[in-house]
Design a protein around this ligand. Structure first.
Ligand SMILES: Cc1cc2nc3c(=O)[nH]c(=O)nc-3n(C[C@H](O)[C@H](O)[C@H](O)COP(=O)(O)OP(=O)(O)OC[C@H]3O[C@@H](n4cnc5c(N)ncnc54)[C@H](O)[C@@H]3O)c2cc1C
Length: 421
């Protein structure tokens, strides 16, 4: 059989990284007739540390690509707690009814399956998938971009190296993006940190707390972040993250991992899961959070960054999937139209205003979490508002002011009540 890699061809586009951002970008470009390669250093399915929660508004973005069957559950309720105390149950569509079948339900996916389905769709659209190949080096020449790839060897298989050429390159290679470094972009990213583990679980219809339609969030077990428990078909994704940072890069904070681990332990205990953590593997992963508008393309518009490689994680909520997916599509559309130079402007038009408002709110949310919880999150309408903000249906703009007013009113009301006693 001929070695398919013996004569690497020149591509119109190489996408580096087969997470959601990369797979979507590759699929869109191939559908438009471009010759596209998708390069991924791991073999799929691979574990990706992630809660796998997404707003339902992602549906239309994915409609033609993945079957809805990759979705484990539709979440209709959020259960909010402060240090595991009394729970505030909120409905994502404002209807306080479990299992209401809301169209606003948040999606729960398992990343290994979800990402693999997206890549299969991309391959179906004509993308050549370089699975198990790591991008090591990028050389930009006037006419083309040269990529040096390496495939790891096995017990009896020697490592392989290949050079491919392309006219355009999309960096979808996540938090430690080689493409971003090579293009001189995102020189000083702001990096949060999250840890998660998968607790095997059988859903018991009689359990009033752990339910497949409910996601759990706690804001008091960790400072400058939150902890979560997300339902999956056969397990609970349990984790915690640091989002507002003492260090620009949380990985440089020597106490970060211990702090997050301790928060997960504490949170597990409040959910009755503490005895089920032993022996489970804990995964850690950086979160490149938005840190203000910056160029996301090379000066000539031939190299574009998408998803985590572009730092498109909401600094308030820490979610990145929806933004990764939308940026992947936008990057492909810009290149298809021959308008790579317009990409950064389009991303900023889509996200910058919201992300900046979210960033302004982090000092309140993570700086005064007790007050935010009491007078904001615990409000019966807050869940529906948060779900719509996650889904891009209502803007973050104006929220910082509204949040301050709400907290001030709460404090004044409390003061008045105390005065009346
Ligand atoms: C613990 C945790 C929980 C999270 N939970 C949520 C959540 O519930 N909801 C949400 O919206 N977001 C969540 N996020 C954020 C979300 O996971 C990311 O925003 C999302 O994965 C970004 O997708 P991406 O395609 O840009 O990058 P990734 O999913 O990181 O994909 C990048 C891909 O590039 C590959 N790659 C990297 N370097 C190279 C190279 N040199 N050569 C070839 N391939 C390479 C990687 O192997 C990987 O497959 C969470 C993050 C963490 C860490």
């Amino acid at each position: 059989m001929a070695d398919p890699w013996a004569d690497p061809a020149a591509y119109d586009l190489v996408v580096c990284g087969a997470g959601p951002a990369g797979a979507i970008a590759a699929a869109h470009a191939a559908r438009a007739g471009l010759r596209v390669a998708l390069v991924e250093k791991h073999r799929l399915p691979r574990h990706k540390p992630c809660g796998g929660g997404m707003p339902a508004t992602v549906g239309p973005e994915l409609a033609a690509l993945v079957p809805e069957a990759v979705r484990d559950f539709g979440i209709t309720l959020m259960r909010h707690t402060w240090k595991g105390g009394e729970a505030q149950l909120g409905s994502v569509d404002g209807v306080d009814q479990p299992g209401s079948g809301s169209s606003r339900a948040l999606w729960m996916v398992q990343r290994p399956l979800f990402d693999q389905a997206l890549v299969q769709a991309a391959v179906g659209a004509g993308v050549e998938f370089w699975e198990g190949w790591q991008l090591r080096h990028v050389t930009v020449e006037p006419q083309e971009i040269l990529l040096d790839l390496r495939r790891r060897g096995g017990a009896e298989v020697p490592p392989l190296e290949r050079r491919v050429t392309t006219r355009h390159l999309i960096g979808a290679d996540g938090a430690g993006s080689v493409v971003a470094q090579s293009a001189g972009l995102r020189r000083s990213p702001r990096i949060g940190l999250a840890l998660e583990l998968e607790v095997p679980h059988r859903w018991d219809p009689a359990d009033p707390v752990l339910r497949p339609d409910t996601l759990h969030l706690d804001y008091g077990v960790i400072r400058q972040g939150y902890a979560w428990a997300f339902p999956k078909a056969d397990h609970i994704n349990l984790g915690a993250g640091l989002f507002r940072l003492r260090h620009r890069d949380a990985r440089r904070d020597p106490t970060a991992r211990t702090t997050i681990r301790a928060a997960i332990q504490t949170y597990a205990a409040t959910l009755g899961l503490e005895d089920r953590l032993e022996g489970l593997r804990v995964h850690a992963h950086p979160l490149p959070v938005w840190d203000g508008p910056e160029p996301l393309q090379s000066a000539d518009g031939r190299i574009l960054l998408v998803g985590d490689a572009a730092g498109l994680i909401n600094p308030l909520f820490g979610d990145g999937l929806f933004h990764a997916i939308r940026s992947g599509r936008l990057a492909a559309e810009c290149l298809i139209a021959g308008r790579g130079l317009d990409y950064t402007r389009q991303i900023h038009a889509l996200l910058a205003e919201d992300f900046e408002a979210a960033r302004r709110l982090t000092w309140l949310f993570y700086g005064l979490p007790g007050l935010t919880f009491r007078y904001g999150i615990a409000n019966p309408r807050a869940t529906a508002v948060a779900a719509r903000m996650l889904g891009g249906e209502i803007p973050f703009r104006g929220l910082p002011r509204r949040a301050l007013v709400r907290i001030a009113r709460g404090l004044l009301g409390q003061g008045a009540r105390a005065g009346a006693v």
